[in-house]
Design a protein around this ligand. Structure first.
Ligand code: CA
Length: 229
């Protein structure tokens, strides 16, 4: 079972995260201050740590710094809004990602899945480095051969659908705007006409979600789309 340690002194948030993560099937432990968090991180050996930055006893930055001497466990920081210097410092200290409070739990869950899937640097084999294929659950997209499969079954996509899925999968767990998709997938010729994006998202959902009973692309209201299989 995948273990997640939540280090957060705000009890309500810690409790909420604990419940949500357990609901997703993770084994969860919590710590209410930095020192306990560091001890538990070293003793319990979690697969991922959600680490608040503003903590009593030891700050999240300090926990991160000390932890990195011992372990390369993925760390997702929780930061207060607009606290840019903390974010930068946390990333410099070796955190993998950050979320700004308040955050949508779905986005945190998506980022956790991404962080857990990332091969740790030490574990990367030459074969993995050579393949450009992107994987998300049973979905595999190989830009070298323009092939998409789900659970080994081929999925036929048009070039545009393929490029769109490729871009979304590259930005796995990250909300992307329609404009960003237009610029990167269609180029500037369609600038302004974001309807085309919605149409192609529907095509992809039809070919993937409807066919395999999965949920690949979320609509983020007022923003755009997020791939989070
Ligand atoms: Ca805090």
């Amino acid at each position: 079972m995948t273990r997640i340690l939540v280090v957060e002194d705000e009890r309500k948030i810690a409790r909420f995260l604990e419940l949500e993560l357990k609901h997703e099937g993770y084994e969860v432990d919590t710590a209410g201050d930095g020192r306990t968090g560091l001890d538990k991180a070293l003793e319990w050996n979690p697969d991922l740590i959600v680490l608040d930055l503003m903590l009593p006893e030891l700050s999240g930055i300090e926990v991160c710094r000390r932890l990195r001497h011992e372990s390369d466990v993925p760390i997702i920081m929780l930061t207060a809004k607009d606290d840019v210097s903390d974010k930068v410092m946390g990333l410099d200290m070796g955190a993998d990602d950050y979320m700004t409070k308040p955050f949508a739990i779905e986005e945190l869950l998506a980022r956790i899945r991404v962080a857990l899937r990332k091969p740790r640097e030490k574990a990367a084999t030459p074969a993995e480095e050579e393949s450009h294929a992107l994987h998300a659950g049973k979905l595999c997209l190989d830009p070298d051969s323009y092939a998409v499969t789900y659970n080994g079954e081929p999925v036929t996509l048009t070039k545009k659908e393929f490029d769109l899925l490729h871009y979304l999968m590259e930005n796995h767990g990250k909300a992307v705007t329609r404009d960003e998709l237009l610029n990167n997938v269609w180029g500037y010729e369609y600038a302004g006409d974001t309807n085309v994006v919605d149409v192609y998202i529907r095509y992809l959902r039809h070919k993937l979600d409807d066919r395999f009973g999965i949920h690949t692309i979320q609509t983020i209201r007022g923003v755009g789309y997020l791939f989070s299989l």
